[in-house]
Write a protein that binds this ligand. Structure first.
Ligand code: ADP
Length: 225
């Protein structure tokens, strides 16, 4: 088996294509993510980090280029297969938690598992274990509004991991938190990722956090360096 998990090749993406105000966001971007590798994605705001992560996470398609997962070309596969891979193999964390307000922390972590066909009792025990791993077992029954920003992000992280994905894609996951909380949440995220052998691409503006990852790639002029 190849040691590559995710491979992005020659990705191109433009908005307002063919119009005078065309914005070329990706212009041949390449990235290889190995099993267990944690990569910092650094770029100024507006450079295209979200666009790149959405394409890598199969939430958007490139205009040209390839996304490969385990050597399988994804952007030519059926919608059904793509949805399955997205649900099972890829976890996403955003800058804002996007938890469902009417559900508890535990239920928010159960939902992706139920959507994936997991039995309720099993989904509940996986959710409880994940919340305990990130240190908020005692907040399981709280709704998002009753949690602090750092706790909300920890729940969002558990939700992303609920179906035991192979790769975590995170779009400035601690960008909305104060420095101390940001560092704490990041430490937890890294520790859980290392324990489970998860690969990750984590967009951040923070050079100290980037330095703790295996390597840094910079998105500049539509290319990854
Ligand atoms: P980042 O995450 O690095 O801040 P984005 O990927 O969100 O960057 O955006 C890259 C560029 O593409 C920006 O100039 C943004 O305004 C533009 N853009 C993003 N999404 C759209 C869209 N749906 N339609 C038009 N322009 C977009």
């Amino acid at each position: 088996m190849s040691d590559l998990l995710l491979e992005l090749s020659a990705l191109e993406k433009a908005y307002h294509r063919g119009r005078p105000n065309q914005i070329n966001v990706l212009c041949g971007a390449n990235l290889k993510v190995k099993h267990g590798e944690i990569i910092a994605l650094v770029a100024p705001s507006g450079a295209g980090k979200s666009t790149l992560l959405h394409i890598a996470g199969l939430l958007d398609t490139p205009d040209a280029g390839e996304v490969k997962f385990h050597g399988e070309v994804l952007n030519t596969m059926s919608d059904r297969r793509r949805t399955m891979i997205r649900r099972k193999e890829i976890g996403f964390v955003y800058q804002f938690h996007h938890l469902l307000p009417e559900f508890s922390a535990l239920e928010n972590v159960m939902l992706p598992q139920l959507a994936n066909g997991q039995a309720r009792s099993e989904a509940k025990s996986v959710a409880a274990e994940l919340l305990s791993k990130v240190g908020i077992a005692e907040r399981a029954d709280h709704r998002p509004a009753e949690l602090s920003g750092g706790e909300q992000q920890r729940v969002a992280f558990c939700r992303a991991l609920a179906n035991a994905p192979k790769v975590l894609l995170a779009d400035e996951p601690t960008g909305n938190l104060d420095q101390t909380t940001s560092e704490q949440v990041f430490e937890i995220l890294m520790s859980v990722a290392r324990q489970t052998g998860l690969s990750a691409v984590i967009a951040t503006h923070n050079p100290q956090l980037a330095a703790k990852m295996d390597r840094t790639v910079t998105l500049k002029n539509g290319l990854l360096e």
